[in-house]
Design a protein around this ligand. Sequence first.
Ligand code: HEM
Ligand code: HEM
Length: 385
Amino acid sequence: MLSDTGNRLSRLMPPVLLTTLLCFVLGVLLPRLLPVAPSAPLHLILALGIMPLIFAAMIYFVPVLTRSGAPESRVLLNIFGGLLAGVILAIGLFMIFHLYLLAAAVALVTVIGLSHWMRQRAKQTFGSPHPGLLWYRLALLMLGLALAAIILGFIWPQQWLELRRLHLHLNILGFVGLTTLGTLRVLLPTVGGFQDQQAGPWLMREWRLLVAGTILIAAGAAWLPSMSLAGLILWLAPLTKLIHDTLWQQRNTLWLVNGAAPSLAIAITGLIISLLIGTAHGMGRFTTTHMSELFILMFLMPLVTGAATHLLPLWLWPGAQAEQQTECRQILGRFALIRSLLFLLSGVLLVLDLTWAWIPALLAMVQFISLVIWQTIHSRSTQSI
Ligand code: HEM
Ligand code: HEM
């Protein structure tokens, strides 16, 4: 039986997910329809869309990682803190630029609140917490540093461009990278139905290289490009192990046409491609003004749709409604490989600088959103009978 807060969290997750998915569509469409600075639609996706979803996912998974009870209801307020910061930032970047300071302050308060809660949960754990908890805490630390960097840019305008680069790499690789890789390593075996003996040791060891690598890439991108190459080398070792243990060794269980697994496998592939293109871009070997969009298309879109294919059924049909969960998962995951390849294709077309590059991804995303809305309505109407 789920507790009241557990139930409330399960009911909150589908609308938060839907907000993220709609932000993907708006963030892709708006710059094509209106003359806006690129950072506005980008933050619609990354700050209003992804940041609260990550907070919500952390709140959902931390009790599992610490083998403790459902989150206290006040902790759910952090999801609204993330949404509020995202809304203020979206308004700010579209209309009143300096509102970003208020957004950063709200996000910082939320980050501190969440980190404090995670520390308490770590202390309450019987035995030691799952190493995934440390990844979440480090990811929040990276977001906190990224926010501090962009606030510092206001106080120290001479360093604005450098601090902006620091902010974006800490966020993309540190906050998003650590959260998603830490979660993926736990989620992949569940989704693919295989045993991953290496997951525990990998989570226990590899965060050091990823954190050090992220700091070198971010500081290097800001002040000393050659230093960021050293950071990339640190990133490559854990990633190679991850690819070997999952994408290669479990190729028969992950590379399927249907289900959550192919989307997650494509997401990891997209991350590698983005990192390589990011490196070429950083070294001046390759020019694109679309680096962040590329990361969204090739990594975040397959990742979010893949994770949602597995998790949304659990939120829509909480408790032991296994039959309905399986049916919902099959519907969401139908032809997921093709959907995720469309995201990847848009990324490739973007690299080729084609103006219509975003169309395949948009079609794939609209198809997934229709399924999510349909499934949500179906579960609500069935359960209220
Ligand atoms: C409330 C939280 C956030 C605030 C207040 C904030 C603020 C800012 C500001 C003021 C800029 C400079 C914009 C410009 O020069 O036009 C910026 C750039 C950027 N930020 Fe954030 N940000 C936040 C969250 C995030 C998150 C969560 C991510 C990624 C996951 C992110 C990624 C980026 C990127 C990629 C850029 C560069 C945009 C471009 O190339 O135009 N930000 N941010
Ligand atoms: C995959 C995620 C990545 C994204 C989304 C990304 C995004 C960006 C963006 C938007 C800029 C331009 C910032 C500006 O307008 O000033 C930039 C600059 C830079 N990036 Fe990245 N990047 C990524 C990965 C990397 C990696 C892996 C490296 C290093 C190995 C790197 C090194 C650099 C460097 C050195 C610069 C500064 C280039 C210059 O001085 O013009 N980036 N990145």
